[in-house]
Design a protein around this ligand. Structure first.
Ligand SMILES: [Zn+2]
Length: 217
């Protein structure tokens, strides 16, 4: 059974921000807000990760979900969007370069985004930062006001960073993306897998950038 972590228990600023931790190969699912909720990544959407039981426990119903943002089109992050669309009609945001992989399942709900776009769904606006490398159309989402970064599979805690050996991955791109992220003021980092970082997220990002840029195969 997927577990729910209420991030508001650790930090007042993160009230009504929750994490659903998936079972097996499944991304983290972040639920930002309750009425007028934005969901960031949706998990794999298989029978072990059906999404709705957890959303209902959080008090989020279909009509409450105004947006779903997908950090990239890998199936462990996007499979759950089809579950969500069974009971909700949110806008689904994904970078235009990863959109082609899921466009046919989303129809008119698809909103292609690009670097610098602002996603207004959810409790605070989030700026799209295009961070290719893990996939060509990977994005991170940033709130300057909250000093918060949703980092997808680009950066993980402890100076780890995403794999770049997939079909559309690129080592050069991920190093450039990490360099860009390292210039942001980030306290809270919410990664696509693993444990959220609630303090000094910037340290983890800089460490990842240094590691990636010094790596020689
Ligand atoms: Zn991935």
């Amino acid at each position: 059974m997927p577990r729910i972590v209420d991030l508001g228990d650790s930090s007042e600023r993160l009230r009504d921000v929750s994490l659903i931790i998936g079972e097996g190969l499944c991304s983290n699912i972040y639920v930002l807000g309750r009425r007028g909720a934005l969901i960031v990544d949706t998990g794999v959407g298989n029978s072990l990760n059906p999404v709705w039981p957890q959303l209902h426990r959080l008090g989020v119903r279909g009509e409450d979900i105004v947006g779903v943002a997908l950090t990239h089109a890998h199936h462990d992050h996007v499979g759950g969007v089809l579950r969500i669309l069974e009971r909700a009609t949110p806008r689904v945001y994904i970078h235009r370069l990863d959109a082609t992989y899921i466009a046919s399942s989303l129809g008119p709900l698809l909103y292609k985004v690009d670097d610098g776009d602002i996603i207004e769904a959810g409790p605070w606006p989030l700026r799209v930062i295009w961070t290719p490398g893990h996939t060509r159309g990977s994005i991170c989402l940033y709130s300057e006001e909250m000093r918060l970064l949703l980092s997808g599979d680009t950066v993980f805690p402890g100076g780890h960073y995403g794999r770049y050996d997939g079909e559309t991955g690129s080592r050069e791109d991920i190093v450039n993306s990490l360099r860009r992220l390292a210039s942001l003021d980030v306290e809270v980092m919410l990664p696509g897998h693993g444990t959220p970082v609630l303090e000094e997220g910037w340290r983890h990002i800089r460490q990842a950038y240094l590691k990636a840029s010094n790596y020689s195969p």
